[in-house]
Design a protein around this ligand. Sequence first.
Ligand SMILES: Nc1nc2c(ncn2[C@@H]2O[C@H](COP(=O)(O)OP(=O)(O)OP(=O)(O)O)[C@@H](O)[C@H]2O)c(=O)[nH]1
Ligand SMILES: [Mg+2]
Length: 470
Amino acid sequence: MSQTPRFAVVGHPNKGKSSSVATLAQNDDIAIALEPGTTRDSRHYPLSVDGRPLYELIDTPGFQRPRRVLAWLEQHSQSASDRPDTVRAFVTQHRDDPRFHDECELLTPILDGAGIIYVVDGSVPYSSEHEAEMNILRWTGRPSLALINRIGEQDHGERWRAALGQYFQIVRHFDAVHAPFDTHLGLLRSFGQLAPEWEAPLDEAINHLAEQRQRRQQQAMRLIATTLAAMLTRVQSATLPVGGNRDELEHGLRQRWREWQRQREQGLRRDIEGLYLHHHLQRQESDLAWEPGADLFSETTRRAWGVSRTYLATAGFGAGALGGAGVDALTAGHTLGAGALVGGLLGAAGSLYYAGKLDRLKLGPLSSGGQRAHFGPVRDPQFGYVVLGRALEHWYRVSHRNHAGRDPLTLGDADSHWLEQLSRSQRQTLQKALQNPPRDDGDSKRRRALEQAVSECGDAFLQWRTQTSP
Ligand SMILES: Nc1nc2c(ncn2[C@@H]2O[C@H](COP(=O)(O)OP(=O)(O)OP(=O)(O)O)[C@@H](O)[C@H]2O)c(=O)[nH]1
Ligand SMILES: [Mg+2]
């Protein structure tokens, strides 16, 4: 029997059952709420990769009358050998009894062959009121694992562990909202230990999920590179009629150019969220803003930070701001703490604001009279760093967010210190790629160069966050 492993997630009301299902099934459609009794009926949530189901989780309502149920079972059982049948008989007899609706809902998938995942809240003290439901679950005779999910601050995990260990084959800690991806995989490995026939499919599931995570990162970096190319090369055009007001036209084009950039960035955010199956995520992020006077490579900023021109150039940044001098040409002494300063410089100026140079309005003749006016593209590669930093921060947060999370995703100013993880040659490659973005779909050499540079940035960002996060 090579069935997809199925697990019914059961427990007391309001202990994080739906949260555990949402995270492990990567599904943010599932209702999660502070009120007990949010889940009324059992629902199946398969997790598939490339259309292939790997395992299935079943969200269930919480136990309502476990003592009454256990009393009934004890009355109707002759010996330990008939206990699973007695549970089945209970469900058959009470299926239409509204008093036991929740118990019948949660027991049915278990009787149909699902494994048991029993969820408790480890932040509240253990109490024996759970014993009736744990007994009922034991009576089903199905493979079982308990999860200690801490909803609040306090930790009563040890007492819980002592009690749960008497009823369940395996006991694990799992924070459905915050557990990192590796912990999800570790938990799946534990599921595989519950029954011999589940081991191979769950090992396979783990491999598929790990590969999928790698693939998603590559896809995300490609999406970011494509967006960067579009934003760096954007030209806004319009027709200036004979006798039209040039300043007015330029002002209008500038506004439209900025609005287009904002929309493009928002589109990227949604694409990345879609890639990671976060369809209902609420995001709070300041729009990309253009602030006069925040020019990162202005003389004032440079002096304030005590950075030399040589430093800026050798660190691989700001070559564009140095009168177009090629990065390769500049190799002068750079014994200073280059990385730290670059990070500091970019970080301090705030990643939110961009105040670099835009081409002025360009005008060309039209055969029908009037002139064709073009605004953009942006010329300062600093713009690329701002867009890239914001995009990587968003990608990191989305890719590390569990599907049980219901808090809005708040993105502040991105910190640019991740740039320090790049080697000097990687910085230069990045700088070149941002200065020479692909201009159209056919520009494959430049496109590949930008994709490669962004992909290295993704790894650097990840490395940096792993070092800085607790
Ligand atoms: N901080 C934190 N909160 C959690 C965690 N798990 C659940 N919660 C919160 O606890 C509350 C209940 O979570 P649910 O997942 O809806 O619980 P449930 O067991 O499915 O509840 P019912 O369906 O009502 O029985 C929600 O407000 C969750 O956000 C967790 O691991 N950490
Ligand atoms: Mg629920």
